[in-house]
Design a binder for this molecule. Structure first.
Ligand code: FAD
Ligand code: FES
Length: 255
């Protein structure tokens, strides 16, 4: 798939909470087709300490407005600098990078996102809904403040919430949600993105019922184009780069 490098114009920087923001970016040319799970490498030119581009999943795409958005958690200098951008600022992106989620064999799919790991699930929910599938979206977080924009998923599927402290939705981790006890067998595919232990737990739960599970890895990246090998992951077919052959992997392929 062809990759592009463009100077996007910030149309809005929406601060969801102190830690999370969604940045909306207008493309200077008509946007190419972007698949769920793909990401962008972002040049953080307003940070003097962030030399390498930073990878972020494409959160949403609005082809009518010719805009895409990124959902970001502030964790260090790069993301803190991005949180300070405002309308009219320029952001350079290399995109769309990586592979994408595959379509399920049956009509029901479970999409699981932990914290900011929910980001790639919005485009996936949209595409599944558009193709006639019935996605359920399970959003988990440590606390209510980590449940990000759940209303965005409601037009595309049923939304379920868990928090570790019980401040929103069911109390406990995503795999402790009643969906996993009751309904899990009804899904023909499970998709997950979030902290590694969460994705492993979701993968194990899906494997118990022989359900294919795809996860989007957020390994540390440098080049984003398969050259530096810093994002390599071990698979049953040998080492693969997360940036080129991922970030989406079938959990049965991972060692
Ligand atoms: C394919 C892909 C998609 C991603 N999508 C998103 C997204 O949609 N939204 C989002 O907020 N983040 C996403 N990330 C993670 C994001 O790239 C990092 O949080 C970001 O690069 C941190 O930059 P920084 O300069 O603020 O922090 P740094 O100063 O680089 O690091 C600050 C702290 O964050 C940790 N950190 C850095 N990168 C990661 C990472 N990948 N995972 C976990 N901890 C990390 C560091 O170890 C350090 O402790 C994605 C990563 C990948 C590989
Ligand atoms: S980030 Fe350089 S090879 Fe993947």
């Amino acid at each position: 798939m062809k990759k592009f490098i463009h100077d996007f114009v910030v149309s809005r920087n929406h601060h969801i909470t102190h830690d999370y923001f969604a940045i909306y970016l207008k493309c200077p040319v008509p946007l190419p087709s972007i698949l769920p799970g793909q990401f962008a490498e972002v040049l953080v030119s307003n940070s003097t300490t962030t030399y390498l581009r930073r990878p972020f999943s494409i959160y949403d795409v609005d082809y009518e407005k010719n805009e895409l958005s990124l959902l970001i958690k502030k964790v260090g200098d790069g993301t803190a600098a991005l949180s300070k951008l405002s309308e009219g600022d320029i952001l350079n992106l290399v995109y769309p990078l990586g592979n994408s989620f595959s379509m399920p064999a049956g009509e029901k799919a479970l999409l699981v996102g932990g914290g900011v790991g929910i980001a790639p699930m919005l485009l996936l929910a949209k595409l599944l809904h558009a193709k006639g599938y019935k996605p359920d979206v399970l959003i988990g977080g440590r606390t209510a403040g980590d449940i990000l924009e759940p209303e965005k998923y409601k037009p595309y599927g049923e939304v379920f919430i868990t928090t570790d402290d019980g401040s929103a939705g069911e109390k406990g981790m995503v795999t402790q949600h009643s969906l996993f006890a009751g309904k899990i067998k009804t899904y023909s595919a499970v998709y997950a993105c979030g902290p590694d232990p969460m994705m492993k737990a979701v993968g194990r739960a899906a494997a118990l019922h022989d359900i294919p599970c795809e996860i989007s890895l957020e390994n540390t990246m440098a080049c984003g184009i398969g050259a530096c090998l810093c994002c390599v992951v071990e698979t049953v077919e040998g080492n693969k780069t997360t940036c080129m052959e991922g970030p989406v992997f079938d959990t049965r392929m991972l060692k």
